[in-house]
Design a protein around this ligand. Structure first.
Ligand SMILES: [Fe+2]
Ligand SMILES: [Fe+2]
Length: 162
């Protein structure tokens, strides 16, 4: 095995957290669709798919370095998804939390001189820059639109999604 037991355990934790992220975004997407906001819902459904890909990519890495992948229980997402603004805010908070966790993994890789894992993690570091930035942008748009303008906001999101 090319990685330490500790790194293996931490990567498993992150795999679980990416799955938890997918779970969270699925919940948010469903809440948005229930509000009649299908385009915003699609944006979050897509995000959930991406989170699952993040988990898959990490699973493949752990296996490729001879580590052991352990699937754990995925927590129930918590939060108040009564409004688009609170969903957008919680999505930003969530991405900031993920970024913190990725940074901790990077710090551990540095500390252990595990340059393979350090190199692998760079993709996640870069991805988090994008994810935090798009979550911040969405929150700004939601706040600027206000609760009365959600359909107009959907139009804007549809354009962004191409
Ligand atoms: Fe992710
Ligand atoms: Fe994410």
């Amino acid at each position: 095995m090319l990685i330490s037991e500790q790194m293996n355990a931490k990567l498993n934790e992150q795999i679980n957290f990416e799955q938890y992220s997918a779970h969270t975004y699925l919940g948010m997407a469903a809440a948005l669709e229930s509000m009649g906001l299908k385009i915003l819902a699609d944006y979050f459904f897509k995000h959930a798919d991406e989170e699952r890909e993040h988990a898959m990519k990490m699973i493949r890495y752990v296996l490729s370095v001879g580590g052991k992948v352990t699937m754990k229980t995925i927590d129930e997402p918590k939060g108040d998804w009564d409004s688009v603004e609170s969903i957008a805010k919680q999505s930003l908070d969530h991405e900031l939390e993920v970024t913190k966790r990725i940074n901790e993994l990077v710090a551990l890789a540095d500390q252990q001189r595990d340059y393979a894992t350090r190199s692998f993690l760079q993709w996640y570091v870069d991805e988090q820059v994008e994810e935090v930035s798009s979550a911040e942008y969405l929150l700004t748009l939601v706040k600027a639109a206000g609760p009365q303008q959600m359909l107009g906001l959907e139009h804007r999101i549809a354009q962004m999604m191409g």
